[in-house]
Ligand binder design. Structure first.
Ligand SMILES: NC(=O)c1ccc[n+]([C@@H]2O[C@H](COP(=O)([O-])OP(=O)(O)OC[C@H]3O[C@@H](n4cnc5c(N)ncnc54)[C@H](O)[C@@H]3O)[C@@H](O)[C@H]2O)c1
Length: 373
């Protein structure tokens, strides 16, 4: 009897303290003066709950140039947002779930990073992703055109060689296209090239800069080893080994992950390196130069990756290729041939393949992933 009374007393006490806790936390939330973080840029990540999206969101939350971070996905964005919002860094994090919240996610953004889509599985090329990711990119870029037409867009979704031309078409149709603001992210190729070249040279990768031009798939990825900094020379075997490894770095990861996706952590690192460069450019810093896949007149192709100078309005200057050696000239011809096909693929398939308002719900995203395996 006494024991029962004690239990009842404890239960009543617990109920009361839960109530008090709820009241006091409600008070804390109601009264707290949310300052909106430090001054800085507003950044949205579309596809923020994915393999790339999550580490990318964490690294952007740590970036002192970011004041507001919007995390959008069609699944799981509330969980990722709650988790990251407990980090004691300056950026305020807000989550958005599903297409009805896309407009709120995008309104007022300075930079939009898009890693939304399906990754490669073993045996797939980046082009195999085209039909699915094209629809996703189209929908998201329609959102950008409507809600933040002046934002810089960093497009990660593969195949970048085709999704960037698709995004350009969407922006043209909406009347908001500014080639300076649409940037295909090829930084992972540069990051890999820096790492692999540093290994061969026995240097710290942070000291090595390798320009990588062309596109972001197979032979379209063209590292310019003759322009490596610090100036270095390579034997024909080293050139062959490095070029192949840089071109196939993505496949190396896809195969090692054996069905569990493609590069996510190194990609998030590369995406943040590039996004940070874009933000420093937006801030007005001088001399910010990175490689990116952009609208270009460097070759006869409408899009091409080269070094670009990032400034207040995006890619303000697109650099020429510079002097190439014979090996690179041959590589350039191969890259251009392949790239022409990928860009053409976009224009011939765009209207017939891409449904008008396609988006991937959690359910059919799951189904698509099943089909992909
Ligand atoms: N540019 C590069 O160098 C590079 C490197 C690696 C991967 N990628 C590409 O990045 C993309 C994402 O890869 P991942 O490994 O993060 O894939 P993932 O499947 O782990 O994540 C993709 C995320 O996108 C979300 N998504 C799907 N449809 C959406 C929509 N309509 N709106 C918003 N979000 C949507 C999914 O819910 C998921 O959270 C793939 O296309 C992949 O090929 C690019």
């Amino acid at each position: 009897m006494e024991a029962n009374q004690r239990i009842a007393r404890i239960a009543a006490h617990l109920q009361l303290s839960n109530l008090q806790m709820e009241e006091s936390s409600a008070l804390r939330i109601a009264e707290c003066r949310a300052k909106g973080g430090s001054p800085g840029f507003k950044v949205a990540i579309l596809g923020a709950a994915g393999g790339i999206g999550q580490p990318l969101a964490m690294l952007m939350k740590m970036n002192p140039l970011v004041s507001v971070l919007h995390l959008y996905d069609v699944v799981n964005s509330p969980g990722v947002t709650a988790d990251l919002s407990h980090m004691d860094t300056g950026a305020v994090v807000r989550g958005f779930l599903g297409q009805q919240q896309l407009e709120s996610a995008l309104t007022g953004m300075d930079l939009v990073i898009i890693p939304a889509g399906v990754p490669r599985k073993p045996g797939m090329t980046r082009d195999d992703l085209f039909n699915i990711n094209a629809g996703i990119v189209k929908t998201l870029c329609e959102g950008v055109a409507k809600s933040c037409p002046n934002a810089i867009v960093n497009l990660i979704s593969n195949p970048v060689n085709s999704t960037v031309p698709i995004a350009a078409e969407v922006f043209k149709k909406a009347g908001t296209y500014d080639p300076k603001r649409l940037l295909g992210v090829t930084t992972l190729d540069v990051v890999r090239a820096n790492t692999f070249v540093a290994e061969v040279l026995g240097l710290d990768p942070r000291e090595v800069i390798v320009p990588v031009v062309g596109g972001h798939a197979g032979v379209t990825i063209l590292p310019l080893l003759s322009q490596v900094k610090p100036p270095s020379s390579f034997t024909p075997e080293e050139t062959e080994y490095l070029t192949n490894r840089i071109q196939n770095g993505g496949t190396e990861v896809v195969e090692a992950k054996a069905g569990a996706g493609s590069a996510t952590l190194s990609m998030a690192y590369a995406a943040v390196k590039f996004a940070d460069a874009c933000l420093r450019g937006l801030r007005g810093d001088a001399g910010i130069v990175e490689c990116a896949f952009v609208a270009s007149q460097v070759t006869e192709l409408p899009f091409f990756a080269t070094k670009v100078r990032l400034g207040r309005t995006g890619a303000e200057e697109v650099f020429q290729l510079g002097p190439l050696n014979e090996y690179e000239r041959v590589g350039l011809e191969k890259a251009k041939k392949e790239l022409a096909g990928s860009i053409q693929k976009e224009s011939s398939h765009f209207r017939s393949v891409v449904p008008h308002q396609e988006t991937i719900t959690s359910e059919n995203n799951y189904l698509i992933k099943e089909i992909m395996i």
